[in-house]
Design a protein around this ligand. Structure first.
Ligand SMILES: [Zn+2]
Ligand SMILES: [Zn+2]
Length: 226
């Protein structure tokens, strides 16, 4: 399996591709530009393998491309399975799925399975590959309304047999689950949105993210501001 950040910039979009040729494709988050990024990556459509879309939370820069991607797959006659997983209670994601399925229910050519997840829920993908959801701590903020209430947010860990092969935090502030989540991961994608030295409740700063990254065997900071 290979993994690659297709694009990541806070407030614009984040999408990470995990691909096992001939077997499966996993996308962690699908922000704006996801179709462009997948085409640029050379993926050929319609896909002949199942597509698993795992969303960390409902902010637009993580799920804003979902409607576009599903619409694209419908248009090109995708027939293999598409599964979407998202944090329970994520109203934006449920709304996006609902508008797609209710608009096009008669003409969706692929089997679409959607499931909400709670912390520590586990998904079995194929033999020897499973994904576990971990609770993260995140909230929205806007310039006009300041920091808002906490929203459902999950990080994901892909296990190959018993090896913690890849983890992705999504957006999160420091929280008690992070050390255990990152420990001994073969590779970790860690958000580092907060460019100041100050602590934020809902994003990691670069120093915090780097310190957490040292718990993993290898790490990359993502979702920084460009
Ligand atoms: Zn974000
Ligand atoms: Zn966010």
């Amino acid at each position: 399996m290979r993994h690659k950040v297709l694009y990541s910039s806070a407030g614009i979009a984040t999408q990470i591709l995990i691909q096992e040729s001939q077997k499966l494709i996993i996308l962690f988050d699908v922000g704006d530009g996801i179709i462009r990024d997948l085409l640029k990556e050379g993926l050929s459509f319609p896909l002949t393998v199942p597509l698993y879309i795992l969303l960390t939370h409902g902010h637009y820069d993580h799920c804003g491309g979902l409607f576009s991607l599903l619409g694209f797959l419908r248009m090109i006659g995708q027939s293999s399975l598409v599964e979407i997983y998202y944090p329970a209670g994520s109203i934006e994601i449920e709304g996006l799925i609902d508008i797609f399925t209710s608009s096009y229910q008669e003409t969706i050519p692929f089997k679409l399975k959607t499931s909400s997840l709670k912390p520590l829920d586990e998904i079995k993908i194929v033999e020897d590959v499973r994904i576990v959801a971990y609770k993260m701590k995140h909230m929205g903020s806007t310039l006009s309304h300041g920091v808002l209430t906490e929203i459902p947010a999950l990080g994901y860990a892909i296990f190959k047999k018993d090896e913690k092969w890849l983890v992705f935090t999504g957006d999160t502030g420091m929280n008690e689950n992070l050390p255990n989540f990152l420990k001994n991961a073969k590779h970790a994608y860690i958000e580092a949105t907060n460019l100041s030295d100050h602590h934020s409740a809902y994003h990691l700063n670069v120093k915090e993210a780097q310190k957490l990254g040292e718990l993993a065997k290898d790490f990359t900071l993502v979702h920084t501001r460009k």
